[in-house]
Design a protein around this ligand. Sequence first.
Ligand code: NI
Length: 227
Amino acid sequence: MMLHIPDVLTKQQVAHCRQIMDAASWIDGNATSGHQSTLAKNNMQLPETAPEARQLGDIVLDALEKSPLFISAALPLKVFPPLFNRYAGGQAFGTHVDNAIRSFPNSDFRIRTDLSCTLFLAEPEDYDGGELIVEDTYGEHRAKLPAGDLVLYPSTSLHRVTPVTRGARVASFFWLQSMVRDDGQRNMLFQLDTSIQQLVQRLGNGDPQVVQLTGIYHNLLRRWADS
Ligand code: NI
């Protein structure tokens, strides 16, 4: 499942992030690639441990904690400190799969990547190309979202970023380890939670069937979650 989560950052937060990024120094994006990715990747990146990257990363993590849609869909256990990249002048990232395990430099922070996230930090009209294309068993899915919006997709999928032929595509990208490792189980929980929230709107929290379904949601989560 590929999920669009709108308005993770406000336009003011995006502008603030862009100011910090404009003043920072960038390096070759291959600093964080695995071997296969290195062959495909051509972009620029803020160094993972740069103070600017960590300041920006905290803004993103704070915003994610406040997004019920993100929490419900991802059921995050551990979120990798967000990274930041920039594509311009024809830069692209060819088809690849993300590394299964990611470690943060000079720390014992390590996760299994269940879900990959891209948070767009440039408006789509400000650049040509730069689409994220994710392949799954139902074909290709494309994302080029407004600044401040995020797309979530399974890290198991092949994906690429098409060449940026005008302007610059600026984004934050990161991975997370979900409490529910299996994509199918996680998606069912998300659909169940979404349906329960809609029923609550119609029937209220105290409706006996809502209470029962909420119980089933938690009992499935208990059965499937690592914590
Ligand atoms: Ni990737």
